[in-house]
Design a binder for this molecule. Structure first.
Ligand SMILES: Cc1ncc(COP(=O)(O)O)c(C=O)c1O
Length: 460
């Protein structure tokens, strides 16, 4: 397994009753401000990845703290099958009003996996209510991630995350086509247009194989996150995939849990990285609450909202903590901060600087890492470095681990470079949208230092 065990060495003596998600013991954080985190032993860290692309305005923003405190004073909880609440109503209005007509209604949940479960069930409810009961199939993509519940693991195809549960997953309703990942899978000599057409045809063939009127929808991450690492599709891809859905009356569905709510420098990633192809259904989560609260949302087009409202009249999907007043108040405050402080423009500017610095420092003439870099890619506030197969098998995890020792929180992933999920290493950066130019430079300094130290330690 990974050699990223420095948490053990430095922090492992503290007893824990938590069954942690890492093979090593994660250090314990005790306070945070902006992108700076302080551990219980006083160690200071810079968070260059916002947790997991979550803390989009950093920790401790005074307006969000105040909004949450104010809401606790007013109402902490009502059950959404009995009563609605003010922040939930206001947040839903904001999400509809800021979509340029793409969305007509919103349903709230508590996180990304729940949002994608909600998407699956809303899509099915739409066809159930509109009398197309035969539509039971979803088509998603290989090397995708849509969450860690049993339903979303079936929908997605992340080989490592689904492996232990493979026997529980539904193979009858969920089908998979190729990822849109030109750097690895576009043929040598194949033009980008020809590659897009190949993928469009593969989707249409899958519709025809399943029976076009049995398909509920095609589902994709607008920019792929956890699996392949900030992979945007080639130009024209989403338009082409949406056209297949439209041709056969199916829904075009996007997962923007990670890429949405500003991460790519536009509120929705499809506005900048998805050919402007608005979806019928969309999941958002991480950047919605910015880590202050646990929240996700299902955004529905008017067509889907009307299909449900005009028939059943109500959303059949629900959880106890749906539209939680404190979560909605916190998320609303986060969204207001993003608008008031013009943070989408800031992250577009600082993100471009981050990308340039990564390219210069990792692939420039004197860069020690140059021959090991396969690809540097990203946009807005989300960037990845994918490594050549010549690096050791746990390279990205080793860089993550070394970075932590150097005071920098980043993420490392393996297994995103082939469809089987057995090859590949990449590191990911996704700082808060209010990161400064100077902070970006410090992040890159520490990242490059960590990479070079791991190269030396690996004898490269
Ligand atoms: C694209 C995508 N969908 C869904 C999820 C699941 O979200 P959560 O971890 O909040 O359940 C994630 C999490 O990383 C994600 O990246």
């Amino acid at each position: 397994m990974s050699t990223a065990t420095n948490g053990d060495a430095k922090y492992g003596s503290r007893p824990t009753a938590i069954l942690h998600r890492t093979p090593w013991r994660p250090p314990v954080a005790s306070s945070a401000e902006g992108i700076y985190i302080t551990l219980e032993d006083g160690t200071k860290l810079i968070d260059a990845v916002g947790g997991a692309a979550v803390t989009c305005i950093g920790n401790g923003h005074p307006k969000v703290k105040q909004a949450i405190k104010d809401q606790v004073e007013k109402i902490s909880y009502v059950y959404n099958m009995q009563l609605s609440n003010e922040p939930a109503e206001e947040l839903a209005h904001y999400l509809v009003a800021s979509s340029n007509g793409a969305f007509g209604a919103v349903g709230f949940v508590s996180g990304g996996s729940e949002a994608m479960e909600g998407v699956i069930k809303t899509a099915r409810q739409y066809f159930y209510e509109t009398g197309q009961h035969q539509r039971t199939n979803f088509i998603a993509r290989k090397l995708s991630f849509h969450g860690n519940t049993v339903g979303t693991l079936s929908l997605a195809y992340h080989p490592a995350r689904r492996a232990p549960y493979a026997s529980l997953l539904d193979e009858r309703s969920y089908h998979h086509v190729s990822p849109a990942y030109a750097a690895r899978f576009k043929g040598a000599g194949e033009s980008e247009d020809a590659y897009v057409e190949r993928l469009r045809k593969e989707l249409e063939d899958k519709f025809l194989e399943l029976g076009p009127n049995t398909v509920i929808g095609f589902v994709a991450e607008t920019v792929v996150g956890a699996t392949t690492g900030v992979v945007a599709a080639p130009k024209g891809y989403f338009k082409a995939m949406k056209s297949v859905c439209e041709k056969y009356g199916a829904l075009f569905i996007l997962d923007e849990v990670m890429s949405g709510m500003g991460r790519m420098g536009t509120l929705h990633a499809w506005e900048s990285y998805g050919d402007g192809a608005s979806p019928d259904l969309q999941a958002v989560a991480k950047g919605l609450g910015g880590g202050y609260v646990s929240i996700g949302a299902v955004l529905m087009s008017q067509r889907v909202a009307d299909g449900v409202r005009d028939n059943a009249g109500f959303w059949k999907h629900g959880h106890t903590y749906q539209a939680h007043p404190i979560a909605c108040a916190g998320a609303l405050a986060v969204q207001k901060v993003i608008v008031e402080e013009n943070l989408l423009e800031n992250i577009r500017t600082q993100g471009a600087h981050l990308g340039e610095l990564l390219r210069t420092r990792l692939t420039g003439p004197n860069a020690r890492a140059a021959q090991y870099v396969f690809d540097i890619r990203g946009g807005g506030g989300w960037w990845a470095v994918e490594w050549e197969f010549s690096v050791p098998g746990t390279f990205a995890l080793d860089v993550q681990s070394r970075a932590l020792e150097n005071g920098l929180v980043i993420m490392g992933f393996t297994g995103g470079s082939n469809v089987e999920g057995t090859k590949g290493n990449h590191n990911m950066l996704s700082p808060a949208y209010n990161v400064t130019r100077k902070e970006v430079e410090t992040i890159v300094d520490l990242f490059v230092k960590s990479i070079e130290e791991v190269l030396v330690a690996s004898g490269l």
